[in-house]
Design a binder for this molecule. Structure first.
Ligand code: HEC
Ligand code: HEC
Length: 307
């Protein structure tokens, strides 16, 4: 009893301090400020993130209750779909492209390979509307959530508003995706000043990367986020041209971040490269880099430090 009485003030104090420990989307200095920190309409809290996670993992959002976001974006591989060139959508129908990793998206200026979606919140419309993914209108999903007492309660808890709107729905998923930050790789420790975090072999790879790759894969996310073509042989895909109608943009894509790349195989928009070895061999020949096998190994060793 005495022990409990001693514990009580500590518990009360903990309760009082809890609200100030609300999560914040942030990263190390070298990553700069995130572009998205939750939007200015609704506060990002642990409650909105948890609700977004519940929605992200819920197959009942799809037309036949078979597919959730997590079906194609798997937590254990930076939310990519490892081993699948194309993911399986409704009735096993393959997706058009290889599923992207969802990694530090709060630092990305736009989304999807052709670069057509400007905000993390709006990106939720894409898979919901896709007839091979969720096969639904976003508003219909929201209408059915309003008929679900458990979700009514969860939205009320998270946003202090029990009427579930399209905006609340996409905000919750947006908050969850923004919370998927990762700055724990050996390369991150290296960038933070721990020079022993990389071996000499890996540092040699980093040096080669800085010569041959950073024109496109620069910065803390390993992408300049320009839309470009790397000219590697892949399946035909109009890419950016889908938006601009300009033939010059055919085959140009959002330059992908390389964070976690060891786990997010296979590679490229069509998933046609099974391994980093095949990617590096293709860059070596297409871009005429003239790298030796040892240098290719160094580059690969560096890429493996990104997770
Ligand atoms: C059936 C598989 C599948 C499902 C289900 C799915 N996705 Fe995706 N996702 C993909 C594919 C494939 C891409 C790459 C598409 C492209 O770039 O055109 C992608 C890309 C994305 C991107 C863009 C990432 C970037 O770097 O630009 C976001 C964001 C995203 N998905 C979020 C979601 C959310 C949220 C859900 C659930 C509402 C979801 N996805 C459900 C397959 C799927
Ligand atoms: C001219 C810009 C450019 C240069 C230079 C470049 N890349 Fe890329 N990289 C891209 C683009 C664009 C893609 C996406 C292509 C696609 O999806 O078909 C890509 C994709 C990749 C991928 C696959 C990513 C994924 O998630 O599927 C890897 C790995 C990669 N690059 C590594 C490298 C390495 C290593 C170098 C240096 C040897 C390099 N890149 C140089 C633009 C470039």
């Amino acid at each position: 009893m005495v022990r409990f009485l001693l514990l009580l003030p500590a518990l009360l104090l903990w309760q009082c301090t809890a609200p100030s420990e609300q999560p914040r989307i942030s990263g190390p200095n070298y990553a700069g400020e995130p572009i998205y920190t939750g939007g200015d309409r609704y506060a990002l809290t642990q409650g909105t993130i948890d609700l977004g996670s519940k929605l992200f993992n819920d197959p009942r959002l799809s037309i036949d209750s078979s597919i959730s976001c997590a079906s194609c974006h798997k937590a254990e591989a930076y939310f990519s779909d490892p081993g699948k060139a194309k993911s399986a959508g409704l009735n096993g129908h393959p997706t058009e492209r290889n599923a992207s990793a969802l990694n530090n998206l709060a630092w990305h200026p736009y989304f999807f390979a052709e670069g057509g979606v400007r905000t993390l919140e709006l990106s939720t419309f894409v898979p919901i509307n896709n007839r091979h993914e969720f096969g639904r209108e976003l508003h219909d999903v929201v209408v059915s959530l309003n008929g679900d007492l458990e979700y009514k309660h969860a939205f009320e808890q998270a946003f202090s508003q029990s009427d579930i709107t399209d905006a609340l729905f996409v905000t919750a998923i947006g908050h969850y995706m923004a919370s998927l930050t990762n700055y724990n790789s050996p390369y991150d420790r290296f960038l933070s000043g721990d020079s022993s975090a990389l071996t000499q072999h890996e540092i040699d790879g980093l040096d080669l990367f800085n010569i041959h790759c950073i024109a496109c894969h620069d910065g803390a996310q390993l992408s300049t986020f320009e839309i470009a073509s790397n000219n590697l042989p892949t399946d035909a895909d109009y890419g950016r041209m889908k938006i601009t109608n300009n033939p010059k943009d055919s085959g140009a894509f959002k330059i992908p971040s390389l964070r976690g790349i060891a786990l997010t195989y296979p590679y490229m928009h069509d998933g046609s490269y099974a391994t980093l070895d095949t990617v590096l061999a293709a860059y070596n020949s297409v871009r005429q880099l003239d790298l030796s096998q040892r240098e290719l190994d160094q580059l690969k060793a560096f890429l493996n430090t990104l997770h």
